[in-house]
Write a protein that binds this ligand. Structure first.
Ligand SMILES: *Cc1c(COP(=O)(O)O)cnc(C)c1O
Length: 388
């Protein structure tokens, strides 16, 4: 269903909160004149493929933003995860621990290498990888762990790094949803051996499609650079020691990325304001559990996410339909990965399953204005008060 179709849904009689004119989407990119200017500059320069000044500029600026030495741009976030795993030598016979609650790309990237994703349950509060369950799932075949900073909240990296070090496992951060999130001042992407980001259209900053690896390991960064370009060594053209990939980012994408990165602090502070406005607006609504921020960690609230629980009068899916009829888009949490037909596992992950049923993401894009947040909160409060 298109947005224009949705905006023609009838105005409902029982509505008391003042409804904005337009349908409120869950996310939209914020592109401005600088993005336009840089793209135009890239087009006019003729450097539209994967050579051109914006690539290096974007890689350097993004690495600096994360507080690491190296950034390696790639075609998308899934490619970033796959390339990192491949460059680390993970493949057939290996196991990689992945939280059961994530976007499917986290697990698929492991699967592409021939290794097996092993799903582990998440914490009830942060919704990220549970360190105890992680340690319990380690076997002789385990090579790596992929904490996911879900919806903008960092995974408990201190505990995860300790366990990984004791078992000699590689830590690959899936930071696709958490650009700028912190643990004690350090940014995600700098908290493991290597970090992977996405710049898809609805991520915190976007390049349309795009991704980046971040690391302090220079040899690993060089290996990723070579592998993303058909495994061609920089000093010997058309010679290939091994099978590589075409995972390069274009200069056009990087031009957008450089412009977005110039404004990321503005996006991040607006996103925290939005979260604070939602938290205040949804306080004490029976049956709505608000998002959490663990002490020592900074949530960037990629999505403002809530749980719809007893005694809320509608279940999560009914609420999504009701919100849509009132001009508000919302999204369910991911289906736990171990419930997908091609990953079905016997070991259950009850917390991920529970969250998968009752978790809901609300409109969270940085240009969402205060009156829209007020309308969304008033609508939720009104539904909650109905015949519960
Ligand atoms: C978006 C996302 C990805 C994949 O990024 P793409 O750029 O869409 O390939 C991977 N992991 C998580 C958690 C994501 O949200």
């Amino acid at each position: 269903m298109s947005l224009s179709q949705l905006s023609f849904l009838p105005y409902l009689e029982h509505e008391t909160a003042k409804r904005p004119k337009d349908f409120i989407p869950i996310y939209e990119p914020w592109l401005g004149e600088t993005e336009e200017a840089y793209v135009l500059d890239a087009v006019r320069s003729g450097w539209i493929s994967s050579l051109g000044q914006y690539i290096g500029r974007f890689e350097q600026a993004f690495a600096e933003f994360c507080g690491v030495e190296h950034g390696v741009s790639v075609s998308n976030g899934t490619a970033a995860l796959h390339l990192a795993l491949h460059a680390l030598g993970i493949g057939h016979g290996d196991e990689v621990i992945v939280p059961a609650l994530s976007f499917v790309a986290s697990a698929n990237a492991v699967y592409y290498t021939g290794a097996r994703p092993v799903f582990v349950d998440v914490d009830r509060h942060t919704w990220t990888l549970d360190p105890e369950q992680f340690e319990a799932a380690i076997t002789a075949r385990t090579r790596a762990v992929m904490p996911v900073h879900l919806y903008g909240h960092p995974a408990p990296m201190r505990e995860i790094n300790d366990i990984a070090a004791r078992h000699e496992l590689v830590v690959l951060e899936d930071a696709a949803e958490a650009h700028g999130a912190r643990m004690n001042g350090s940014r995600v992407g700098a908290l493991g051996r290597i970090g992977a980001f996405s710049f898809y259209g609805n991520k915190i900053i976007t390049t349309g499609e795009g991704g980046m690896l971040t690391t302090n390991d220079g040899l690993l960064a060089d290996r990723c650079r070579m592998l993303r370009d058909h495994a061609m060594p920089p000093e010997r053209r058309y010679w290939h020691e091994e099978v590589g990939f075409n995972y390069r980012m274009t200069n056009l994408q990087a031009a957008v990325g450089v412009a977005q990165l110039e404004r990321i602090e503005q996006f991040l502070s607006r996103k925290r304001e939005i979260a604070a406005a939602y938290l205040a607006g949804m306080e004490n609504i029976p049956g709505i559990t608000l998002p959490y921020e663990q002490p020592g960690y900074t949530n960037v609230y990629w999505m403002v996410s809530i749980l719809i629980e007893d005694p809320f009068p509608l279940n999560r899916d009914e609420l999504i339909r009701e919100l849509r009829s009132r001009g508000i888009d919302s999204r369910p949490f991911f289906h736990p990965l171990d419930t997908l037909p091609f990953y079905a596992e016997e070991k259950p992950c009850p917390t991920a399953h529970y969250l998968g049923l009752c978790g809901l993401n609300l409109p969270s894009f940085p240009r969402l204005d205060d009156s829209q947040i007020e309308y969304i909160c008033a609508t939720l409060r009104e539904i909650a008060q109905r015949s519960s």
